[in-house]
Design a protein around this ligand. Structure first.
Ligand code: SF4
Length: 353
């Protein structure tokens, strides 16, 4: 059934594909940036970030020449900042070893820092027409349903790669991979797939066997954890105090409002935690902002308290800085910190729940 299925899906893709900015050329740099952004971000959210990022860094050579702080600042708000740092390291590698041109073999592509099999296959198939399958969450779901893949072996990735390899259109691998991803993103949705409008419904075993709602079988997920983060909003002469997260941690080297996570403790710990961690002596005052935020499996309640600094204010350094709201826009700061800083400008606690 492979040939008719391929024809049907490719014809549908040509008719129905979304006009997305990274699809307007086969430039490997645009494909690379888009694939990295889309790994943990939806198309809708990623699109304006992609356009701004490509305008700021039109080539990988431009990114390679930039400072890390500028790269992370341009990524600011998208989250999962290791992606920006890896892209930066990868661009430097390609600029130094391949004269700024993304390598067109799988072996050389996999040697680029931060480029794994998924990203390498996407770039090489779309930009260079190499016959390499791409399997993301969307393709996995489409394959599981098309072939009614069930059982413990289909909770791992390997069998999906094998299926995708068998099915790959070797004449048009880039279009084929994008067509399969597009079907999963727009028709074969996780819940309520649009089977009556599906271009490959005639070939779908899950549909024929009444298994659509049961496939793909889920992999064990980490249960969400509720956390409260209390932060000290310290202002001085129109500037707000930020500290830098340590390297190697989640959001490493990002700037943030001094804060601590309160799982089972109370407000007084904010003061002692900040003294211990940053050498800052603060007296927390009234609650200024409360907001919800999610990061990986953590469901966070952010609480920003106006706070007073005791003793001599620390001077700007690699670990501490006083910043204006305008400067924050150009700094690598997390979305959680932006939400907290909004509290300083708000007249009262926003009802963010
Ligand atoms: Fe997915 Fe339904 Fe199409 Fe099967 S028929 S591939 S379940 S959208």
């Amino acid at each position: 059934m492979s040939a008719p299925l391929r024809r049907a899906l490719l014809a549908w893709y040509e008719r129905s594909r979304r006009d997305l900015p990274w699809r307007r050329s086969r430039d490997p740099w645009a494909v690379w940036v888009s694939e990295v952004m889309l790994q943990q971000t939806t198309v809708k959210t990623a699109t304006p970030y992609f356009e701004r990022f490509i305008e700021r860094f039109p080539t990988l050579v431009a990114l390679a020449a930039a400072e890390e702080e500028a790269v992370v600042a341009a990524w600011s708000g998208l989250g999962y900042y290791h992606r920006a740092r890896n892209l930066h390291r990868g661009a430097r590698h390609v600029a130094e070893r391949h004269e700024g041109r993304f390598p067109d073999t799988l072996e050389a592509a996999l040697a680029v820092p931060g480029v794994g099999l998924y990203t390498a296959s996407a770039i090489l198939s779309i930009a260079f027409g190499r016959p390499l399958p791409v399997v993301d969450g969307n393709v996995r779901r489409v394959l599981a349903r098309l072939f009614a893949l069930r059982g413990p072996e289909y909770r791992k990735d390997g069998p999906y790669y094998n299926r995708a390899e068998e099915l790959l259109d070797r004449e048009r691998p880039g279009d084929w991979n994008q067509a399969a991803m597009e079907l999963g993103a727009t028709v074969c949705l996780p819940r309520k797939p649009a089977c009556p409008a599906c271009p490959v419904r005639k070939h779908c075993r899950a549909l024929a066997q009444g298994l659509v709602d049961e496939l793909p079988e889920s992999r064990a997920r980490r249960a969400p954890v509720e956390v409260t983060v209390a932060a000290a909003l310290v202002e001085r002469e129109g500037r707000v105090l930020l500290v830098r997260r340590p390297e190697g941690k989640l959001l490493g080297r990002m700037w943030e409002v001094p804060q601590t996570s309160l799982e089972s403790r109370g407000l007084p710990d904010l003061a002692s935690e900040l003294a211990e961690r940053h050498g800052l002596r603060v007296v927390p005052g009234p609650l200024a902002v409360r907001a919800r935020h999610s990061i990986t499996f953590r469901r966070i309640t952010l609480e920003g308290y106006r706070a007073r600094l005791v003793g001599r204010p620390p001077a700007d350094s690699d670990r501490v800085r006083w910043t204006t709201p305008e400067e924050v826009a150009a700094l690598p700061v997390s979305s959680a910190t932006k939400k907290l800083l909004a509290g300083l400008r708000a007249p009262q606690i926003p009802l963010a729940f």
